[in-house]
Unconditional design. Sequence first.
Length: 330
Amino acid sequence: MIILGIESSCDETGMALYKTGEGLLANVLSSQTKIHNKYGGVVPELASRDHVKKLVPLLDSLLNKQKLSLDKIGLIAFTNGPGLLGPLLTGAAFAKTLAWVNNIRSVEIDHLEAHIFSAMISEKTLEPPFISLLVSGGHTLISKIDKHNSYEIIGKSLDDSAGEVFDKVARKMGLKYPGGPEISIAAKRTINSKYKFPRPMINSNDLNFSFSGLKTHVIREIERTRLNDQIISEISFDFQESIIDVLIHKSISAAKIFDIPRIAVSGGVSANMRLRERFEKESQNIDVFFPNLEFSTDNGAMIAYLGYLKSNETKMNSLKIQPIPTSSVF
Ligand code: KG4
Ligand code: ZN
């Protein structure tokens, strides 16, 4: 069976085809970074409008690339939340209409669950049980994954997510949106830093995070400093190290507490090369898995893949559209 995956929860329109027994056939993405760049963050109305523009052309290009017609699609998997309401509505309305008109089954996909399993698309040796560290713009979660539909959240951010503080600190230093990649480029220009920021909740004896205090601390430092390229690099360096120290410490603690020697790191921040490098160095006898870089940030492949994992549980869906926006989840 071929599964079409559709992602539209924020500022990327993603689509992919996954075939049972073969794997990922194709993956296409239209990023809105350039549209939102000048505002320093995602403008929901502009995001919705761009999804509306891109959904049909992306589907056409995906099917043309594979020389496929819609009647070869057995299941349509689409993101139903969490995310921005307008973008979710455009994707859900598109997916459900496409499914209904063409008599194809559809399945609602949880965006976070899709991130959690994204490393399995390319890492064939990764299987549950594993510890998941999901670090994105919207969430920072540690979960214990028993199988694809059975998991338990064992730690989460009590305030801002890691991606959000990357974006806010970057913006304060005049760097572009999204801030995570900009901070990591700036940090790479130096090999040490005169700054030593706090490592929030590193010794809290639980698996929760709190990044808001770190964000305020770094922003205060930026406000009292005359910025230049060297200072931006040094601030970026230790700020990034602080977040990585905490993420690695908590994930490894979770693996030890639950005696599960496998960690899968996913979400936009998992594209951070320093995080990947340090996890590999510091994980001792724990295997650490990452998605391919193109599956770290939002994409259609992870939606199609989770659709594949759920393909036995699906039914013909009604036309009722009920996306779950971020604010109603955690
Ligand atoms: O998973 P994602 O694409 O969207 C959400 O589901 O939120 O994550 C986006 C987040 C942004 O905050 C962005 O700054 C961060 O991922 N990000 C990074 C890197 N690439 C993207 N953070 C740190 N280093 C990176 N290389
Ligand atoms: Zn995401």
